[in-house]
Design a protein around this ligand. Sequence first.
Ligand code: MD6
Ligand code: FE
Length: 213
Amino acid sequence: MKNRLESAKSGALTPDEVIRDVAIHRQLLDDAAQRSMVDDLRAVVQQAPLFSPMTPYGKPMRVRMSSAGRYGWFSDRTGYRYEPRHPGGTAWPPIPDSIIGVWDRVTGLSRRPDCCLINFYDADARMGLHQDRDEADFSFPVVSISLGDDGLFRLGNLTRGGKTESTWLGSGDVVVMGGDARLIYHGIDRIRAGTSALLPQGGRINLTLRVVD
Ligand code: MD6
Ligand code: FE
């Protein structure tokens, strides 16, 4: 276990790397923590099954999704938004404590997230460059947790276009996008299949924690 410094000012953990103001904590979760988080997620998707949201431009998303928390992220022909219910009609399950604990460690905030968006990538899935801007208050960060196969994470700028930088996110890595980086464009270009044994069928899970309202 690496020696991790607590920042006296905010109580938030000091990251291993900062790229374009995006903080990266490498392997914050060890194997055991990753495995128990996956067990918790199995229970969530049993209650709130993964689905492929329709985009406003008429193509289903390549990534399969579900959510936990008071709100879940949703998309259809009318646009992107947060919904208090799964498309099947039931409330989203609560965010597991194992996941809330990561938010607490990396943000040091007393406000807890309202939504944990669960994204599942198979070997061919990707996610185009986007901003996370469906939330009411951009002063709260978005925290992401990666589990399973490596994903190539691309970071751009606060407006579309311009030079980008990429880094591989591995299982157990945690990213914090806050402050000046909160509205940076980002996406996943590709998955490196077979790089993790965490998920028996392979693939990558990314969890994003957000304060919604
Ligand atoms: C992914 N991540 O890693 C996609 N969003 O699969 C995100 O879209 C993301 O990593 C907001 C903040 C951090 C992220
Ligand atoms: Fe995002």
